[in-house]
Each structure stands twice: as structure tokens, then as C-alpha cells.
Design a protein around this ligand. Structure first.
Ligand code: SF4
Length: 308
């Protein structure tokens, strides 16, 4: 099922013709892909690929394209850019390829840059450089950035607003400080809780979220997170929650929310995070094995993961 709208400056991008959409792509909205090695063409020189984005849209005068490519590669800190524009992608390191992708994304000074895991597989030094570069770009050119990532550290360092998604839907959104300090959806809470902390005892087990993400073609009824949620109540098994405002600018799709989980279900001290553990609510016919059982104490009932 395909539905909804993608609004950009009030225009629904889903209603544009292929030609109209081609004019938006790479010009008004650019994208940095996750894996630069497969996103770059291996048989074309880096400089040619950066030039191509500008030739396609004529936003930059043609006689300035080559010089701008060198300038862009210089800006993203590719050393000796005037010489390396003639290199092929395999002659660049992983970090340099990612920076070349960013240069391509910036070529036409887009209003919106979508960066899909731009720092995955990069070492932390290069990762810090790339994030600094994106931050600078946002500050200096006003380009908005949508960052898609599973790395909450990167989110904390770069973003001002966070949208948390589960099973393809938004489950929580809000300003960065509120989401990190006071998450209201149990999935966000569990994600933040599973980050290893430097002040924890070294022998403590790493925390994880019980269960697996759902099969997207056989989604569970009710809340999509209920097969994994320690705080679920009866209603979660049948009714799907919608996003509701919980605090200025922060919205969560949850029948319980962490406020109630802290007040009534002991969320502050919870160790047993098996599905339904904090509320005692389980699907009909399901029995939760004893906590810490020999099998690891995880859920075993078939109704645990099957769509009711
Ligand atoms: S408490 Fe219920 S609605 Fe909220 S995340 Fe858990 S299962 Fe979903």
C-alpha cells in the first residue's frame, strides 16, 4: 500500500511527473548514500561525477563547474583536490569517498540534504570530521539536513529534532534534549537504555531489547511494539496508538508512555525487560517462563511473535 504525502515547499512530491521530479533531485534535494563505494560509478573519475551533478541542473554556470568541483572537494577536505579530481573511486579511501559523495550532494547548494548513515563504516576520527562538515554546512549555507541513522551518539551531536521510527512508523518525535532526557515511548527508552555506559560496572551485562523487529508483511495487531514491550497493557494487543502530544513539541504513540511506566510499573529499577514483564499482560495462552531460566529467560510462546 502506498499512501500519504511528501510535502516540499507545499508541493506534494508524489504528484510530480518524472521530469519535474528530476529537476528537484540533486538540485533542491540531494542525498548522501550509505555506501559510497556502490553509490559512486567505479569507471568514472571523481571530478567527472561531481561535475555531472552541476551539468544536470545548470544552476552553476558551465565555465565554473570544474573549478567548483575542486573547491567542493577542497571544502570536504580531500587533500590535494586539484590533482585528485582525476582519481577513480577505488583510489580514494572509505572516508574520502564519503567526502566525495558529500561534495556531490553540495554541488548545487541544495535546500535539503538527506544523509543516510553518512558515517557508517568510518573510523571515529573521520566520523567526527564528517559530522563537523555537515554542521558547518548547515550553519553557513542554511541547508537543512535529514540524518538517517541508528547511531544515537551521532544524533545527539548533530540534530536539533529527532524522529524515532519502529516498523516503518513514527513512534516518537521531539526536540533532542527532551527525547534524550525524557523519552516517553518504551522503544526510545529501550534504545537509549541499551547504549553501553562508561560509568557502569564492567561486569554488567549489556542491555538489549528482547525479541526481534516484526515481519513487515505480517505485522502484529495493535501496537507494533507490543510483542517486545515490557510495559504493554491489554489495549496494546488490539488497538494501535496514534501520536499524541506529551509535552511541548514532544509526541509519542503509546497507550502507556514512560511517565506512567515510571509511576506505576517501576521502570526506574526494571531489570526484567521481557515482553509484558513490568505489567504482567501477555497475549492469551502465553506463559512467561521464569526470569533467568536456563534458556536465558526469553519468551518462548508462539503467540509471542505471531500476529494475533
Ligand atoms: S505500552 Fe503499549 S502502546 Fe506503548 S509501546 Fe508498549 S505496547 Fe506499545
Amino acid at each position: 500500500m502506498v499512501g500519504g504525502q511528501i510535502l516540499f515547499h507545499g508541493r506534494d512530491l508524489l504528484k510530480l511527473s518524472r521530469e519535474e521530479m528530476r529537476r528537484v533531485r540533486g538540485r533542491d534535494i540531494a542525498m548522501i548514500f550509505q555506501d559510497p563505494l556502490s553509490a559512486l560509478n567505479p569507471v568514472l573519475r571523481i571530478g567527472y561525477q561531481v561535475d555531472e551533478a552541476m551539468h544536470a541542473h545548470d544552476k552553476v554556470p558551465r565555465n565554473q563547474v570544474a573549478a567548483r568541483s575542486v573547491h567542493l572537494l577542497d571544502t570536504v577536505r580531500v587533500p590535494d583536490a586539484s590533482r585528485r579530481v582525476r582519481d577513480y573511486p577505488h583510489q580514494f579511501s572509505g572516508g574520502m569517498r564519503q567526502r566525495a559523495m558529500i561534495a556531490m550532494g553540495l554541488a548545487n547548494r541544495p535546500e535539503l540534504l538527506i544523509a543516510d548513515e553518512p558515517t557508517t563504516a568510518l573510523d571515529v576520527t573521520v566520523q567526527a570530521q564528517i559530522l563537523e562538515l555537515l554542521r558547518e554546512m548547515n550553519r553557513e549555507t542554511g541547508t537543512s539536513i535529514i540524518l538517517i541513522t541508528h547511531n544515537l551518539g551521532v544524533v545527539a551531536g548533530l540534530c536539533s529534532r529527532v524522529i524515532v521510527m519502529y516498523a516503518g512508523e513514527i513512534v516518537e518525535e521531539g526536540p533532542i534534549e527532551q527525547i534524550f532526557e525524557n523519552p516517553q515511548h518504551p522503544y526510545t527508552w529501550a534504545l537509549l537504555r541499551s547504549i553501553p555506559r562508561i560509568d557502569f560496572a564492567r561486569h554488567d551485562r549489556l542491555r538489549s531489547i528482547e525479541g526481534l523487529p516484526p515481519d513487515l508483511i505480517a505485522l502484529p495487531r495493535g501496537c507494533k511494539f507490543h510483542p517486545r514491550c515490557p510495559f504493554r497493557v491489554e489495549r496494546c494487543l488490539t488497538d494501535e496508538p496514534s501520536l499524541q502530544t506529551v509535552k511541548g513539541g514532544q509526541r509519542a504513540a503509546c497507550w502507556v508512555t514512560m511517565k506512567r511506566a515510571y509511576e506505576e510499573m517501576g521502570a526506574a529499577d526494571i531489570i526484567d525487560t521481557r515482553p509484558g514483564a513490568a505489567s504482567g499482560v501477555h497475549p492469551p495462552g502465553f506463559t512467561l517462563p521464569p526470569f533467568g531460566a536456563a534458556d536465558g529467560g526469553g519468551p518462548t510462546g508462539p503467540s509471542e511473535v505471531a500476529a494475533p
